[in-house]
Ligand binder design. Structure first.
Ligand code: CMX
Length: 138
């Protein structure tokens, strides 16, 4: 697969409202979008740091993967998202062929009109890994 850059770092939080002042007033970053991703049961807030984005993730349901992670004591960086240039679906086939455990067998819709898929942290050096690309327009 061809990874071109880190697209974003996902940061899990109990409340976006509670942590946004740190990112905006102390680090001087600007939140440019708030979006709910129903499929992932999260509300997201995006801030840009140069080319890389920070995605703050607040669960919208106790069933959310982020809610479960927070409940088990998770804090801070939740996942790293890599932009794939030659297709997420193709990258999943390649990863599975290299015995990487897939969470998503096929890409799903993510925030910012991206197509996303996750690889299981047990086969990615402990880092929950997202692969993403802009959704294809039909
Ligand atoms: N980073 C690293 N390791 C993680 C992790 C994370 N974010 N979340 C869970 N794990 C580890 C746990 O610590 C646990 O390890 P141990 O067994 O050593 O304790 C292991 O993964 C558990 O794995 P599991 O039993 O297979 O699965 P869980 O029910 O705990 O769920 C995971 C974990 C990663 C499969 C689940 O969170 C998932 O499917 N994530 C993908 C979707 C997602 O995270 N969506 C939210 C973001 C959406 C967005 O960005 O739009």
């Amino acid at each position: 697969m061809k990874i071109s850059r880190i697209d974003h770092l996902g940061i899990g939080v109990e409340s976006i409202d509670a942590v946004l002042p740190y990112f905006e007033n102390v680090l001087g970053l600007k939140c440019y979008a708030i979006e709910e991703v129903a499929d992932q049961k999260v509300k997201t807030a995006f801030l840009k740091v140069g080319e890389v984005k920070l995605e703050l993730l607040e669960p919208t349901s106790p069933e959310s993967a982020v809610a479960k992670w927070l409940e088990k004591g998770g804090k801070g960086v939740h996942h790293v998202a890599f932009a794939v240039e030659d297709g997420v679906a193709e990258a999943l086939v390649e990863a599975e062929g290299k015995e990487i455990r897939l969470i998503d067998k096929t890409p799903r819709p993510g925030a910012e009109q991206m197509s996303i898929a996750f690889l299981h942290p047990k086969s990615t050096a402990g880092v929950l890994t997202e692969l993403c690309e802009p959704q294809k327009k039909n």
